[in-house]
Design a protein around this ligand. Structure first.
Ligand SMILES: [Zn+2]
Length: 469
């Protein structure tokens, strides 16, 4: 390596990837990981960081977020791509995948281009987009979208009242089309008719407090929809990713589908592991509404088992940030409250504390769940999700002993509440680097504000499966 002059050298840290943990120095030049080495080697750099007793992770990848959420052209979430990605960076996240949502009857390519145009000048970290398909029009745009780097297509089995759902015949047709062009589908699985039926019953009985949101979407709502879309995936041979699994039954269905060789993967979120139905009680209960809803202790234990046995592939946040006012200040019946909670800035420290400190998973398992698997499932690996020489220098330096108590004051969201309020954790990210740019240091965003780039994704490998030609 001789007299090579580097941008950053991170010395004395413990590097973590899916193969293990090892002591080494890591050098960055021109936005890439340039070398991983032991000893001194006489190298010099603009900045040398001593990471003694710290962990070096590949940047966290959150492939399920909703920043700057729009409804009928109006922004309804509290964050923008700018504020959201800066908060993400402070939480150790260097790549997100957000969504372009097709408006029924409108070209999805147009929705994609608009979403990208909104995000491009604002993003502090790298991003990509899934495309949510809401009707059977413009299916011929699927190959164009894939060539633009959008290889995953979201569908909803519910939200008929918001014109988002596909019926069974449409789902089968849609799966077949995506399969034809070698893309993958990603599903929000809840049975629409059941949700509407339970909801109407509860409303007629005058049961409209936040807790009845959970009662309106009981376990069978998720279980039925997951089993149905798994059957459709088996029939059509499409690669299927199950979004935000919340129940024992849902995670067991994923396990059995994998056992039978289906090309399927799945995810859960920190809130389904850390919070339960009780979070809907009390004066702030209305803030914690999201769909699917929070569950019970036995679901949390089942999800944990399915994380440990590798059935659940990844942890995502489904981040979606709303103010108290936009959630109705506690005055609305449950079915009129906007669904979604923030989570992107706290997911790494919360999952480190739960999965590693408490549940005794290994660091490589944590990094697999939060970086490497998401990158490989969605077609970003090894550019993202690894610490290999030659890949993007997206790095988190993590202090496993730094203690924090979750509160809005230490976070970078634009809201005054947090679903994980007062939770104590040990372990916090102290530096975040995106392609060699220092974005965050000691809890402050210091980096360039719009260094993020759109990532064109390739047709991914899912559980090692590729479509045969
Ligand atoms: Zn979502």
């Amino acid at each position: 390596m001789g007299d090579l002059y580097l941008d950053i050298i991170i010395k004395n840290g413990t590097l973590v990837d899916t193969t293990g943990c090892y002591q080494a120095n890591l050098a960055i030049k021109d936005g890439k990981i340039n070398a991983i080495f032991r000893g001194n080697k006489g190298l010099d750099a603009t900045r040398v960081i001593n990471a003694d007793k710290k962990l070096i992770f590949p940047g966290i990848i959150d492939p399920h977020v909703h920043f700057q959420l729009q409804d009928l052209g109006k922004i309804i979430s509290t964050d923008t791509f700018a504020s959201g990605t800066q908060a993400a960076a402070c939480g150790g996240v260097t790549t997100i995948i957000d969504f372009a949502n097709q408006t029924r009857g409108i070209s999805p390519l147009k929705d994609f281009n608009e979403r990208k145009k909104n995000a491009d000048p604002q993003v502090a970290i790298d991003y990509s987009l899934h495309l949510s398909k809401t009707d059977m029009e413009y299916l011929d745009e699927i190959p164009t979208l894939i060539s633009e780097g959008v290889t995953s297509f979201k569908f909803f089995t519910t939200y008929s009242w918001r014109n988002l759902d596909l019926n069974d015949a449409e789902l089968l047709h849609f799966f077949r089309e995506v399969r034809k062009y070698r893309g993958m589908v990603m599903g929000h699985c809840e049975n629409d008719a059941m949700v509407l039926n339970y909801r109407n019953e509860l409303i007629q009985e005058g049961k409209t407090e936040p807790i009845f949101h959970a009662h309106s979407r009981p376990h069978i709502v998720e279980e039925e929809a997951i089993q149905r879309v798994l059957l459709f995936a088996k029939k059509t041979g499409v690669k299927l990713h199950l979004a935000h699994i919340t129940t024992k039954q849902g995670s067991d269905s994923l396990f059995h589908a994998k056992q039978h060789g289906l090309k399927v993967s799945g995810e859960t979120c920190p809130h389904y592991l850390l919070l339960n139905e009780r979070a809907y009680k009390g004066p702030d209960g209305y803030l914690n509404l999201m769909s699917p809803p929070l569950r019970h202790a036995k679901d949390q234990q089942a999800l944990m088992r399915r994380i440990k046995d590798g059935t659940i592939d990844q942890i995502v946040t489904d981040h979606c940030e709303f103010s108290r006012a936009s959630k109705g200040n506690g005055k609305l019946p449950f079915h009129q409250i906007l669904n979604g909670i923030p989570g992107i800035e706290t997911s790494l420290p919360l999952m480190h504390d739960l999965l590693v400190n408490k549940q005794k998973l290994t660091y490589p398992q944590l990094i697999s769940l939060m970086s490497t698997r998401p990158a490989s499932i969605f077609g970003l690996y090894p550019q993202k999700g690894s610490l290999m020489v030659g890949t993007d220098a997206d790095i988190v330096i993590f202090d496993p002993n730094l203690k924090k108590t979750i509160s809005p004051e230490i976070l970078h969201y634009s809201i005054d509440w947090n679903p994980f309020m007062d939770l104590k954790v040990r372990g916090w990210p102290i530096m975040t680097i995106l392609r060699g740019h220092m974005l965050c240091e000691s809890g402050k965003f210091i980096g360039p504000q719009n260094e993020g780039k759109f990532l064109k994704r390739s047709i991914s490998q899912l559980n090692g499966f590729n479509y045969e030609r």
